[in-house]
Design a protein around this ligand. Structure first.
Ligand SMILES: *Cc1c(COP(=O)(O)O)cnc(C)c1O
Length: 461
């Protein structure tokens, strides 16, 4: 076969730009790259006809277009879904973002004095107040927070970090605590066994080179049965007796007692950790806190100040958009502390929503879909989870729409919904396609009925 089989860039781009709404130069550039690959294949002896090359490029372009960041309706019932962007923002935070994003701001400017100002000053004080901590700051994510804490506290000769074997977790995305320690220049000293670590195990591991004891919250898995670990107060006493700090990576870090919102496991709060004797905590801003991707560091003022002076801090500092959203999220907690039911943090609202309300919404959606011969749709009980490395054993009672299509396979239906506009992601359970209402916002209900109707009706009778 010859290179003559390759389609013309212009012609293909003209035809594809009718169905794919990407900038034309991007479509042209994409086709060129695809054609280059085909050219190599043909020169290597592969055979293909023009029509199949065109089909293949069209498919690749559709895949590429679908990879552009876009809104997704989350029907999975997983509240903090890392693949679906973790925590959605509340209206107040989103409006603040819009205001700051479209104009100039006092990011590093002191308005009353007219001089250079302190970046994140407001946020740091608000965080410290909310957490009842001496000081606090924020960086790009919790992994970065942990790295900078370790770089500051464990370096040079004094770089040994004692961690219990039961806490050497993988925090997600393939990143593991031992590797994070290594990149930070710390030397890992493992103590205890997977299920049990005693105070004495920690005590025996202490040397003149011990920099700190690190506790890591087992946020994404659960150890049960024959287990034991020392109290935080005992560990804190041990660390302080030897003159080094006790640090905890609490991962998710619920800022309020989430047990009151839903029948779920207790998630440790940073407030309680600090009160119990931890010197420094770090946790994610976009897990149970329900804010933007960020990592919060809080605790002893001297330690936080030292961390902020590290040159590496500059490499992991938050930008103005994140700071805006985070400051709104923290204000929201401070505002609604006394009555969490009024909070504008979507993750917490979804967590606290009653199944009666979900049931009513499901009935409403079902009514809007009306009678269809293309599927059997019912309302079923389901189980939602927190996800995102929080409360691994928590099961939250929920309500789902359960769809049993007659004309097409479940895979085909779910693909049609995933590639629709807006995209809808559900899950399959017992040979049904399910959409859990707990993670779907009420303002998305109409899109559910419209999309289900249109996709089911697109199936030929
Ligand atoms: C999720 C998690 C992290 C990573 O947080 P990111 O904000 O995603 O970087 C670190 N430690 C623990 C224990 C976690 O659960």
């Amino acid at each position: 076969m010859s290179l003559k089989e390759l389609p013309s860039v212009e012609k293909l781009a003209n035809s594809l730009s009718k169905s794919v709404s990407l900038p034309k130069p991007l479509i042209i550039g994409f086709i060129r790259r695809e054609l280059d690959t085909w050219r190599q294949k043909i020169l290597a002896g592969e055979t293909a006809v023009r029509a199949s090359i065109e089909t293949s490029i069209t498919e690749s372009l559709n895949h590429f277009a679908a990879s552009k960041l876009q809104p997704v309706i989350n029907g999975t019932g997983v509240l903090i879904h890392t693949n679906l962007g973790r925590s959605p923002l509340g209206k107040t935070a989103a409006n603040a973002l819009q205001n700051i994003a479209t104009g100039y701001s006092n990011l590093e400017f002191n308005l009353p004095e007219g001089t250079r100002g302190k970046r994140a000053g407001y946020l740091e004080t608000a965080l410290a107040c909310l957490l009842d901590a001496e000081a606090a700051t924020a960086v790009n994510n919790c992994a970065a927070a942990l790295v900078i804490i370790l770089r500051h506290l464990a370096n040079g000769e004094k770089n040994e970090v004692i961690v219990s074997r039961g806490e050497l977790v993988e925090i997600g995305g393939g990143f593991r605590i031992p590797e994070i320690l290594e990149t930070s220049g710390a030397k890992l000293v493992e103590v205890g066994a997977t299920n049990k670590t005693h105070l004495d195990d920690y005590a025996k591991a202490i040397t003149p080179n011990t920099a700190l004891i690190l506790k890591v919250h087992r946020s994404n898995f659960y150890i049960g049965g024959f287990t034991d670990e020392p109290e935080v107060s005992e560990l804190s006493e041990l660390a302080h007796k030897h003159g080094f700090p006790l640090v905890e990576d609490i991962g998710s870090g619920a800022m309020m007692n989430t047990d009151d919102l839903a029948p779920i496991d207790h998630e440790p709060t940073p407030q309680a950790a600090l009160k119990n004797g931890i010197d420094l905590v770090c946790f994610s801003g976009d897990k149970l806190l329900g804010g933007p991707q960020s990592g919060i560091i809080a605790g002893k003022a001297e330690l936080v100040a030292g961390i902020k002076k590290e040159p590496f801090f500059r490499a992991v500092r938050c930008d103005k958009l994140i700071l805006t959203v985070l400051q709104e999220s923290i204000d929201e907690y401070l505002r609604t502390q006394s009555d969490p039911s009024t909070t504008d943090i979507p993750t917490l609202r979804n967590l606290a929503e009653t199944t009666d309300n979900l049931q009513a919404r499901a009935e409403n959606i079902l009514g809007k879909i009306g009678k269809t011969s293309k599927a059997e749709i019912t309302i079923t009980k389901s189980i939602a989870t927190t996800g995102g490395g929080t409360m691994p054993t928590s099961q939250i009672p929920s309500i789902a729409l359960s769809v049993n299509p007659t004309g097409i396979s479940l895979n085909k239906l779910s693909r049609l919904l995933r590639t629709g506009s807006p995209a809808i992601v559900g899950y399959t359970d017992q040979e049904k396609f399910c959409l859990d209402l707990r993670t779907i916002f009420p303002w998305q209900d109409d899109a559910i009925s419209t999309q289900l109707n249109s996709k089911l009706n697109s199936i030929l009778a």
